[in-house]
Design a protein around this ligand. Structure first.
Ligand code: ADP
Length: 249
């Protein structure tokens, strides 16, 4: 099983990834965790990434792509993996497609956790308050100003991936506002639906997908009425404009 989790910061990707790891016996590959480990260890990658991460920007594609390419070579990733926080840009998605082709494997699903922006900000604020109360060290980028920056990077660079995976036929959108176990249930349902027909799930051609995603990224898209608005301040398009599969909550 190979899947990616898409969604803005605070959408619950890490929480869901951990639950799916336990459920499916596959590894969680979080580029955020890998980069934070590199910063802590003071490696050349970490030194390059630190200031960018602290400011809420995105680390250059080539740096992150190298890290992921090395990581998925490891024996524990052979059985499958959940990518959490990668890809975050269309060039990263194209690079991932190439890596998968090289390994002769395909992506089973791209799961989008759809949440609204107001809720995200409240979630991150309460995460900060809880960590402070427990006396735990805070992440440098867990503060309101940097969060705005992270959200803006998400909207501009990561949101076009929803159209990219919609085009590939691997996209499943779940309601990330539901309680944690319910979100996991929706993801499991989407994964069950993703399994039976490999012909439909064959990955798209990277070059064509890149052009289509660049085009589609300009259009806004939104889920069915049961799903929260993807981001505040964006117009919701007709549900028909979506290329993906929406799993009802
Ligand atoms: P979030 O909670 O915002 O989803 P992550 O833990 O996934 O955060 O990532 C933290 C930071 O690490 C990001 O704001 C970004 O600077 C960097 N980062 C993580 N993954 C990527 C990626 N795929 N491409 C570029 N930068 C990344």
């Amino acid at each position: 099983m190979r899947l990616i989790l898409l969604g803005p910061p605070g959408a619950g990707k890490g929480t869901q990834a951990q639950r799916l790891v336990a459920q499916y016996g596959i590894v969680q590959l979080s580029t955020g965790d890998m980069l934070r480990a590199a910063v802590k260890a003071g490696t050349p990658v970490g030194r390059k990434a630190k200031d960018i991460m602290d400011a809420g920007g995105l680390v250059p594609d080539d740096v992150v792509v190298d890290i992921v390419a090395q990581r998925i070579e490891q024996p524990d990733a052979r059985k499958g993996f959940i990518l959490d926080g990668f890809p975050r840009t269309v060039p990263q998605a194209v690079a991932l497609d190439r890596m998968l082709v090289q390994h002769g494997v395909a992506l089973d699903a791209a799961i989008e956790l759809q949440v609204d922006e107001g809720a995200l900000i409240r979630r991150i604020e309460s995460r900060i308050a809880e960590m402070k109360a427990r006396g735990e060290p805070l992440r440098q980028d867990d503060n309101p100003a940097v969060l705005q920056q992270r959200l803006s990077a998400y909207r501009k660079l990561t949101e076009p991936l929803i159209a990219y995976y919609g085009q590939q036929g691997t996209l499943h959108t779940v309601n990330g506002m539901a309680p944690v176990p319910e979100v996991t249930g929706q993801i499991e349902k989407a994964l069950d639906a993703a399994k039976p027909d490999p012909a439909v799930k064959a990955p798209g051609k990277p070059a064509g997908a890149l052009a289509r995603a660049a085009d589609l990224g300009k259009k806004s898209s939104a889920g069915g009425s049961a799903l929260p608005k993807r981001t505040a301040g964006r117009k919701a398009a007709q549900p028909k404009s979506r290329g993906g599969n929406t799993t009802p909550p």
